[in-house]
Design a protein around this ligand. Sequence first.
Ligand code: URP
Ligand code: ZN
Ligand code: ZN
Length: 479
Amino acid sequence: MRTVISGGTIVTAADTYRADVLIDGERIAAIGTDLARDGDRIVDATGKLVMPGGIDVHTHLDMPFGGTTSCDDFTTGHLAALHGGTTMHIDFAQQPKGGSLRDGLETWNEKANGRAVMDYGFHMIITDARPEVIEELDWLVEQGVPSFKLFLAYPGVFMVDDDTLFAVMERAAGNGGLVMMHCENGQVIDTLVQRAISEGNTSPGWHYRTRPSTLEGESTERAIALAKVAGSPLYIVHVTCSEAVEAIARAREDGQRVWGESCIQYFHLTQDDLDRPGFEGAKFVCSPPLRTEADQARLWEAIRRDELEVISTDHCPFRFEDQKTLGADDFRAIPNGMPVIEERMSLLSTDVHDGHLSWNRLVEVASTNPAKLFGCYPQKGAIAPGSDADIVVWDADVEYTWTADRIHSAVDYTNFEGTTVRGAATHVFSRGELLIEHGEATDAATPGRGKFVHRRTFEHGRPGEYLGPKTTTLQEIHA
Ligand code: URP
Ligand code: ZN
Ligand code: ZN
């Protein structure tokens, strides 16, 4: 079926211009004027923006964590994402402790199979690096999973030692993989946490009080130093604070191949939210924790100066009613994570109106850079002939207020309750299929239609420079 999106203003990471978009089958066939012919479906985008769908490269759907499992699966998480204007995500598969990467990938394939509504990829969380696991990293890259996350936090769960980290980095330096780091100093945090508990401090606010930003900065420096010696590229996930931004900025200044991501909640919420009355603060527990207004200002500066390249979500939803309350008497037992996959694009749109970034930069940090850094550009993250027709028609002016009953996630609250935003997806296409029409899911938005995106390795250049996938043209990709 052919569709013409007519009358809209196309916004890409580079350009803003008036043109129509012709979708033929799953891909964009042409951009221009007078493209429609008899029988074509016409979507009127007059007065609207036409952007590549959002790509969220940091999500945790159906993830066992903190003594429970994140409550969105690959259907509810995808429907929430699509309503919010996101058309692809990359989730974290996990090597079982003592197990293989193959086992981890199989488990996550099963979670997605038959449930996915939109396209998705996987990163792999590495929990141990026995010699055979290091060998297996090359296999993983061939499976289209060329990014590996390691943690310097959560001792006894995910945290790895420097030997493990270094071994993975050295392998990634040779196989085209990208190492992703959660940077906090898990051991020192544990000491601070034990002390807080022994002094009778059990409320949610002690989560941020025991995870100071200095330790995120220290751990970011350490990861950068190890990557430098290993010769591997490095992507720091969920950067929250000035100290970590400064470490990344210095490394980039020195020519090291380091990239940084922050998540939209760190720009909009602060640590004060964890001190809300009663147990309400538990809704805001995530790691690293929310920080201060001064940190928010530094994050925006980093986005403007291109010291951070991506704004994702770290969507990791736990219901308040029966999951967050696991930590009612002890903040250590509050499952870490927030639901944000649906709200991200609307908050960014509001940020454009508030002068924090341009529409082009929104597309860049929320779609194009994620696709480039994670090896699926220009199949995704672009409005161009030959690209997948993952497209969002965006009403940049509509105003509304987020409430728990407005969101489509399986979670029972939103961290943005009462927040008024400006901008919403009216129409969302995924590989040419119209899944959201006038803000509502269509019959085409069915579980099982979403496909795994086999991502490619690529040549990393200087910081911020993208040399392109090893296969550079869309014609070669589709050959
Ligand atoms: O609190 C968080 N971020 N939960 C998800 C796991 C992680 O560290 O990314
Ligand atoms: Zn993390
Ligand atoms: Zn995460």
